[in-house]
Design a binder for this molecule. Structure first.
Ligand code: NAP
Length: 538
């Protein structure tokens, strides 16, 4: 039943990690009346939607969790190094129950619009269920990667088989047994899904537009001794990841790779490769992200690994990235990805050598003029990242301005947590915050706690609105771009650079601070300590 005329202190959009903790924080710490609207059928956010085979988190499980609940850190046992999608969902359900979150959440409800009323200083929010409610504070906890990118392939409506997007996979799963399956895309999602689908399918055709540098995840059971040691030192773990660069226990080697001997760097590369996970990406030589010559040495190591793993030399060459520097796109972690291309039932169709996808036909996919017959197509084509889910909320700030209008040349925010002209509106892990360049729960908890402190301070000091000044926002946008422009990241056509969506203005979406998430946290705390410097409180 639709509710109209309801009024809350705060409305939170989304019930993933961020919306769950935001509710907990505002309700149980500040005693506010909060309503959470969630489009999915239960909590989970990205873990509710991304149910494709092989879906698991690429951060180690011991740090991919809430740290506010110290007892739960001790009690919860993750089954593997990287938690699998169903296990994360179970964990989040457990948290929801443990903290009685669902009573303030409304599921199967998508926010379709909202506007700020300059007379009452409140937001009105509407949903696809016909609800209309008002609140002083509006918090977007919509996730960075939740707006599906389904490219408009010609002919898709003609396809007689079944097709799915990885981020909207059916709850009941998909049986690939005995089927001819096409996977479109070779990003982090496809790299997880392809080896799993290849095990079931009769034939798998992978349509690659851009090859990626993949490194082994090395998933498995974690040594019980290590689990015990981490639990005994969780305060230390939490302190370290909060102060770290990427919200992980990874630290760059404080040396130029160009200053090493071939033997020394080979030893280090082997060590990182054997460690698996993000070590090769985030704990490599410090100049890897800055200097193309340094980067080439790291890339060369992976290229040699691809050549030694993939038996067919032509296929190996197709799998070697040609046009971008290593690490400038999100690092996919793989379990038998390159090995999968040694299987007889797996075919790689590379846009550069075999031709781009021309169209979807009744029977399958035509690429480079050749038709590949398929029973099922899986689109692993990613997301309209970071700005997409926020724009989709159709919010109107002061003077009826929309985020579409504000962000016509790319995102503009202050600290990635607020937008000028949108009073009392906060974005958890919003554009131009570390977000996707960090272990997400670390950044989520930081934003939730900062927003809660901010609202608490407003109530204590009797303020009814807060919003960034356009000067503070301009300075932040300039800083975000200046820092990233000193790296190799803008040289790649990545979704970090908004380059995956035709027509999306090219702009760097997250924030890569010179001192990482630790430095960013200090900056946010400093802003608060100076009476919310850069914001207007009225
Ligand atoms: P993605 O990285 O954007 O990859 C999409 C793939 O589809 C790319 O290979 C892209 O090619 C291809 N593609 C897009 N449009 C196409 C078109 N019109 N024709 C042909 N190919 C097309 O998306 P994703 O793999 O879903 O990953 C997105 C992000 O989600 C990751 O980077 C990561 O941050 C997150 N993720 C996290 C986890 C985890 O930790 N559990 C797992 C998976 C994903 P181009 O490269 O040429 O654009």
């Amino acid at each position: 039943m639709a509710h109209t005329g309801q009024s809350f202190d705060a409305i939170v959009i989304g019930a993933g990690f961020s919306g769950m903790y935001m509710l907990k924080s505002l309700r149980d710490r500040l005693g506010l009346a909060v309503r959470v609207y969630e489009a999915g059928g239960t909590v989970g956010g990205t873990w509710y939607w991304n149910r494709y085979p092989g879906a698991r988190c690429d951060s180690d499980s011991y740090i991919y969790c809430f740290t506010f609940d110290k007892q739960l850190l001790q009690d919860w046992e993750w089954s593997e190094r990287y938690p699998e999608q169903p296990e994360i969902l179970r964990y989040l359900e457990h948290v929801a129950k443990r903290h009685d979150l669902k009573r303030d959440m409304q599921f199967d409800t998508r926010v379709t619009g909202g506007e700020f009323d300059e007379k009452t200083n409140r937001w009105t929010v509407r949903t696809d269920r016909g609800d209309e409610a008002t609140a002083q504070h509006l918090i977007a906890a919509v996730g960075s990667l939740s707006d599906t990118n389904m490219p408009p392939f010609k002919g898709l409506d003609r396809f007689k088989g079944k097709w799915y997007h990885t981020s909207r996979f059916p709850q009941s799963g998909v049986d690939f047994t005995g089927k001819r399956v096409g996977v479109v895309g070779t990003g982090a999602t496809a790299v997880q899904a392809i080896p799993e689908i290849a095990q079931q399918a009769k034939q798998l055709v992978v349509f690659q537009r851009t090859a990626n540098y993949c490194v082994p995840a090395r998933n498995g059971k974690v040594d019980p001794e290590l689990v015990r040691a981490r639990k005994a030192d969780y305060d230390g773990v939490v302190k370290r990841i909060r102060e770290s660069f990427f919200g992980q226990e990874h630290y760059f080697i404080p040396k130029s790779v160009l200053a090493t001997t071939p033997e020394e760097r080979e030893r280090e590369f082997d060590r990182m490769w054997d460690a698996g996970g993000f070590a090769f990406w985030l704990a490599n030589y410090q100049d890897m992200f800055f200097d193309k010559k340094a980067n080439d040495l790291c890339a060369d190591y992976i290229q040699r690994k691809i050549r030694s793993t993939v038996k067919d030399k032509v296929v190996a060459e197709k799998l070697i990235p040609k046009g971008h520097a290593y690490g400038t796109k999100r690092q996919p972690l793989d379990t038998n990805y390159y090995e999968t291309f040694n299987k007889d039932n797996v075919l790689l169709v590379d846009a550069a050598t075999d031709g781009r996808i021309d169209e979807i036909t009744e029977k399958g996919i035509r690429a480079g003029g050749k038709e590949y017959p398929l029973d099922i197509i899986v689109f692993a084509t990613g997301f309209d990242a970071m700005t997409g889910p926020l724009k989709a909320l159709n919010l109107k700030g002061r003077g009826g301005r929309t985020l579409d209008e504000q962000w016509v040349n790319g995102p503009r925010s202050y600290l990635g947590v607020a937008v000028a002209g949108f009073p009392n509106f906060f974005t958890i892990t919003g554009p131009q915050s570390p977000s996707v360049l960090s272990n997400m729960p670390v950044s989520i908890e930081q934003h939730v706690e900062w927003i809660t402190d901010c609202i608490e301070s407003m109530r204590r000091t009797g303020k009814s609105t807060i919003e960034p000044t356009s000067q503070a926002q301009d300075a932040w946008v300039a800083h975000v771009n200046e820092v990233v422009n000193a790296t190799l990241i803008p040289t790649a056509n990545s979704w970090y650079m908004s380059a995956n969506i035709a027509g999306k203005p090219r702009a760097f979406l997250p924030y890569l601070g010179p001192e990482g998430v630790g430095g960013y946290r200090r900056k946010c705390d400093e802003v608060a300590a100076k009476g919310y410097e850069g914001f207007v409180l009225a």
